[in-house]
Structure formats: structure tokens, C-alpha cells
Design a protein around this ligand. Structure first.
Ligand code: SAH
Ligand code: SF4
Ligand code: F3S
Length: 495
């Protein structure tokens, strides 16, 4: 998945003409040269291309914010950018290939504009470090996720010395600071807030513990302070982020609270209308966390709960730390407490040693749970993980065949569920205009389903809508009413 951070190109921070090292304001130079005048007013520009998961999307937002404070305006066009960052993912081989081809295609930019600074961030950067610099001589900076806060400093260093840099060592708990959004002009309606970083689970297929380092939970006071800042500036939905987000606070260090208390405290902050979290790990659930779906009204009825496989043998070889029955017990309890909860998941097919019977167990689990959606992947071998060298490698064609069958079945289930939504009333938080039809707005239901609404509504409007049509992955609806605290005026006649 590749997401360009499509921030408005002309959203130039007001203090730009005074930025350091980018030419003086015309008055200071005393020149009347029109071209010099124009260039001094033109901001530097940063282009960030994001691959991978929400952690990377969140990190990219923070990078854009840090560079905005340095006078860099975001752009969607790498050809005019003074700083280009590829925020990379190495979760599967395909993601890594995408990064390498994107990096290769930047070569011509460096040839045309040698002053442009090219950087690779994220998980491939963390893994490859200096060797990326050796392989790609046009890249100036390689830095891992722990070094995001230093991006402005690294860029200045390259500009001043033209030396190439690589920063990939993990920072200690005391050195690491969770990066925050600082640019008030880019506060989203739905905002990610990191509550932890890293992962200690070491599932045998997964590269994340090697690219993100050890699990560290953030102080609750710091999290609440960031949420307060965001809510005061218009964020109405807060999505708490972590690779195993519900493991938050399990180390019981001072400054941390149990995860279910954190949920309630975030929800209680004025202006917060919705709370979500992603992704929880099935083994880290406590009953108190599940009861939060009943007791915290702001907590949305959706949970992304990766299962990976329906076979106990495969789960054991993946070292997931739960059995099929234990996973199903979490699902059962959750549905008992919150019957309207929608469940989505991640599944891997073709893990080494996966037999046809194991695969059928995954299909039967999908039938049993009836997930509202599933992200399904063919197993991809990652160097350095413990699954490398396991017996029973499943041929690529067989992985592809199982993936096709699984996807087909899940699409049917998703389709049936979406069709059953037609005629129902939902509450939708508008996030912006629809990309495919400007006469519509797009938002999400509490169950996290994209909903396209007839009419133009400002981001942040909370609407009650009636579903009129089901698409493959989303819904179309007509507005019934705005729910209290709506912040904007609708142009639709039905509002
Ligand atoms: N922290 C989350 C997963 C993050 S990675 C969790 O524990 O569930 C997102 C998804 O990528 C995983 O859930 C898994 O389904 C998939 N994935 C990870 N490594 C993979 C690999 N080597 N091959 C195929 N899919 C993989
Ligand atoms: Fe990877 Fe497992 Fe950690 Fe998730 S819990 S990030 S799958 S090692
Ligand atoms: Fe990819 Fe790193 Fe996220 S490997 S999935 S960007 S943690």
C-alpha cells in the first residue's frame, strides 16, 4: 500500500520568507530584481511518499510537520521538492521491491537538481542502513524510525557538508521521544496518536521486531497532553496506535496506566467524540479491555484483530501465543459485550508447513467468525526471521491458489454484510470530499466502513445517514440529520 501525503500544495506556513538559509527577504537585500524577489518568497518543498502501515503514515505526518517548522511546504510533486523522503516498509518482499524501484526512479531528479536532498526512512532504512547508501549513490540520508525527530538536523547537515549520513541505531527508552504533530494547520479530523513503539512478540514470520526495536510504552500524561492539543484544534476521532497496542502499560512502569484506563481517559477529553485503537494482539486482551466496548461510549464498535491462521499447528509454528479456541473466545466475549462490533483481521496463507488441512481450518475460521473484512497475504520470507529455514516450504503457485480461494470467500462475506446494511441508519464522521465524485463527501461509520454521502459537508461534520447502496468495500448513504456538536454547515438539502 502506498499513500502519498496529499497535503495542500499551497498551504505555505506564514513565516516562510524568513526561514534560515533560504535567501533574505527582498527588503533586506535591497534588490528590485523581480526573479530574486519571487524566489525569496518561494518556500522550500518537501515530498514524502509513504509505504506500509499506519505507524509509517503517522511518522510521515510528523516528518511533514517537523519540516514545516523549518519552512518547507508539502508538495505532491517530487520533481519540485527540495527534500524527498521515501518512508519505507519491509513487511513483505513486494513492499521492499516497491521501495527499491521508487528509490531508483529518483536518480534523474538528483541528476537534474543535485541540491535536492533524498532520504530513505522507515523499516527498510532501519534494516539496510549504510548498505543502502552504498547501493544507491544518489541517496543522501538513510534513517530509522527512532530518528524522525532529527530529520531537520540531518537535512541541514547534508546541505552544509554534502556528506551522506546513516542513522539507524535504536535509541534507549530514556533517549527516545514520541514525535508529535506540531503544525496546527494540518490537524486531521481523525488523528493517530502513538501510545507505544516496537514489538517484543517475535512472531516467526515477522520483521517488525527487527525494524522497530523493543516495545516501549509512552507515559500516559504525554499521550493525554497530545490528545488534548489535537482535540482543542479540531480532531474529533483519536486512533491510538501501536504494533500490539493493547500491550500498552503491561510493563507497569511508573507513568503508565492499564490500557483500558487509558481508553477511558482519552475518551473523557473534551472534544473527543470517537476513540479507536489498532492493532491489538489476541493474547494481550484483558476482560477490562473488552468491557470498555460497553462502558466507554466514545469507543467505536470496530476491532481489527489479526488472527493469521485458523490452524493450531500453524499458529504454534508462527509463535502467535494463542490457539484457535483462545482467539474465538476473545471474539465470543467481545460480541457478548458489544453485539454491534465489527471485526476485521489479517491472515497469512502458505506459511511453511501449512497443509491443505491447515488451510481448510483457516477457511472454516473465516466462515465461523464472518469478519467484515480481512487483509489476506501470501507468506513472504523475511531474512533474519525465525521462519527462514523451516521445513515444508509451500510453493509460490500454491500460496497464490490458497490466497485466491480465501480472498474470494472473504469478498462474498464482506459483500453479504455490506448488502445487509442497506436501509440502516449510521453515524458518520465526515473526513473530506469524495475522491471520485466531488458532489459527495466521504467519512467513516463507527464500524470503520468508508461511507460516501450525497452532498457536500465540511470535514468534522457528524451526520446521521441512511445507507442506500452497497459497493464492494464501501457504502453510499443519504444524510438524515446532523448530530449535536456538528461543526459545519452542509450544502445538502437533506441535512
Ligand atoms: N502487529 C500486528 C501486525 C503488523 S504487520 C499483529 O501482530 O497482528 C501486518 C500484517 O502483515 C500481519 O498481521 C501479517 O498478516 C502480515 N505479515 C507480516 N509479516 C508477513 C510475512 N512475512 N509474509 C506475509 N504477511 C506478513
Ligand atoms: Fe509482527 Fe507479531 Fe509483533 Fe505483530 S505481534 S508486529 S505480527 S512480531
Ligand atoms: Fe511495514 Fe514497518 Fe509498518 S515493516 S508494516 S512499515 S512497522
Amino acid at each position: 500500500m502506498t499513500t502519498k501525503l496529499r497535503v495542500l500544495d499551497d498551504a505555505v506556513p506564514p513565516d516562510l520568507p524568513h526561514e534560515e538559509g533560504h535567501g533574505d527577504a527582498p527588503g533586506a537585500l535591497g534588490t528590485s530584481d523581480a526573479s530574486a524577489y519571487r524566489s525569496s518568497l518561494e518556500p522550500r518543498r518537501v515530498f514524502v511518499d509513504t509505504f506500509g502501515c499506519q505507524m509509517n503514515a503517522h511518522d510521515s505526518e510528523r516528518m511533514v510537520g517537523l519540516m514545516a517548522a523549518e519552512g518547507y511546504a508539502p508538495t505532491e510533486d517530487p520533481e519540485i521538492a527540495d527534500l524527498i523522503v521515501l518512508n519505507s516498509c519491509s513487511i513483505r518482499e513486494k513492499a521492499e521491491h516497491k521501495l527499491l524501484s521508487a528509490a531508483g526512479s529518483l536518480k534523474f531528479i538528483k541528476e537534474k537538481r543535485p541540491d535536492a536532498v533524498l532520504a530513505i526512512a522507515g523499516c527498510v532504512a532501519q534494516q539496510e542502513g549504510k548498505s543502502l547508501l552504498a547501493r544507491a549513490p544518489h541517496i543522501d540520508i538513510v534513517f530509522g524510525p527512532d530518528h524522525i525527530a532529527r530529520l531537520p538536523e540531518l537535512v541541514r547537515e547534508v546541505q552544509q557538508t554534502r556528506r551522506r549520513v546513516s542513522e539507524t541505531e535504536f535509541l534507549s527508552r530514556s533517549e527516545f521521544a514520541f514525535p508529535r504533530l506540531t503544525d496546527a494547520s494540518s490537524v486531521p479530523v481523525s488523528a493517530y496518536v502513538s501510545v507505544m513503539k516496537g514489538c517484543d512478540k517475535f512472531c516467526t514470520f515477522c520483521i517488525v521486531p527487527f525494524t522497530r526495536g523493543r516495545e516501549v510504552s509512552r507515559d500516559a500524561a504525554d499521550i493525554l497532553d497530545e490528545v488534548q492539543w489535537l482535540a482543542a484544534r479540531g480532531s474529533q476521532e483519536i486512533v491510538l496506535l501501536g504494533q500490539t497496542v493493547n500491550a500498552y502499560g503491561r510493563q507497569k512502569r511508573s507513568g503508565q496506566v492499564p490500557f483500558h484506563e487509558l481508553l477511558a481517559q482519552v475518551a473523557a477529553i473534551p472534544g473527543v467524540r470517537r476513540v479507536r485503537f489498532t492493532s491489538p494482539h489476541p493474547s494481550d486482551f484483558t476482560d477490562a479491555q473488552i468491557l470498555a466496548f460497553r462502558d466507554v461510549p466514545e469507543l467505536c464498535p470496530h476491532m481489527h484483530l489479526p488472527v493469521q491462521s485458523g490452524s493450531d499447528d500453524v499458529l504454534a509454528r508462527m509463535r502467535r501465543g494463542y490457539t484457535r479456541a483462545e482467539y474465538l473466545a476473545v471474539v465470543r466475549r467481545l460480541r457478548e459485550v458489544a453485539p454491534s462490533v465489527s471485526l476485521t483481521t489479517d491472515i497469512i496463507v502458505g506459511f511453511p508447513g501449512e497443509t491443505e488441512k491447515d488451510f481448510q481450518d483457516t477457511l472454516s475460521l473465516v466462515e465461523e467468525v464472518r469478519f467484515q473484512a480481512a487483509f489476506c497475504f501470501a507468506y513472504s520470507e523475511r531474512t533474519g526471521t525465525r521462519a527462514v529455514g523451516l521445513d515444508g516450504v509451500v510453493p509460490f503457485e500454491e500460496r497464490a491458489r490458497r490466497l485466491r480461494i480465501l480472498l474470494e470467500r472473504q469478498e462474498q462475506i464482506t459483500g453479504e454484510w455490506l448488502s445487509s446494511m442497506v436501509g440502516q441508519r449510521l453515524e458518520v464522521l465526515v473526513e473530506g470530499p469524495s475522491k471520485s465524485d466531488p458532489a459527495r463527501s466521504t467519512g467513516r461509520s463507527g464500524q470503520n466502513r468508508p461511507v460516501h454521502i450525497d452532498g457536500s459537508f465540511l470535514p468534522g461534520t457528524m451526520l446521521e445517514v441512511e445507507v442506500v447502496e452497497a459497493f464492494r468495500h464501501s457504502l453510499r448513504a443519504t444524510p438524515i440529520a446532523k448530530t449535536p456538536m456538528a461543526t459545519s454547515v452542509a450544502s445538502s438539502s437533506a441535512a
